[in-house]
Design a protein around this ligand. Sequence first.
Ligand code: ADP
Ligand code: ZN
Length: 210
Amino acid sequence: MNLIFLGAPGAGKGTQAEIVCDKLNIPTISTGNIIREALKNGTELGLKAKSFIESGKLVPDEVVIDIIKERLAQDDCKEGFILDGFPRTVVQAEALDRMGINIDKVIDIEVSDADIEKRLTGRRVCSVCGSSYHLEYKKPAVDGICNKCGGALVQRKDDAPETVRERLAIYHEQTEPLKAYYEEKGKLFIVEGQEEVADTTALTFKALEA
Ligand code: ADP
Ligand code: ZN
């Protein structure tokens, strides 16, 4: 199955994508993770993307389109994949169509802006393995330390409050139109994001079976 997970930043699409891909045994492709990895390693892509990602702006379409083209050509995508964080603009969606890739379903996880702001500004991520925590909702066993690997927890630069508002504005302006884009093709399935991850997961699987 070829899936797209859509939603505002912090709506929890990444979390759901990870759960679903484990179950279906297909890879999740997160453009955000690919770009952050490049940033960490100081590659050419990282340098190109740095100023955009840190200020909460979208990386230029042609850059992410190239990333996805290359990634989807790899062998592990033959049986299906989940796209997490791509497409984020209509131009990107059109590019995906032009690659001749058929998308089966688009799962849109909906969460209110107010809840998103709370979630993102309280989010902390492991500087080593990338696991995600929250100061209120998903505390690590020991403050500031990753449960899985012992790495230090840090705040992503783009989770600072002003940057979160900027990301939400960009989401509404550039990414939300994708709902209509996929609705017209009969591919859009809406999942109301719940407070508990497991509750959202149950709704997500329901949408996948529909
Ligand atoms: P979130 O969904 O929490 O915003 P992501 O990890 O998906 O986080 O993305 C973080 C940042 O990476 C975005 O703000 C943007 O700068 C960049 N990025 C990721 N995917 C794309 C994309 N498809 N198009 C443009 N920029 C992207
Ligand atoms: Zn860790």
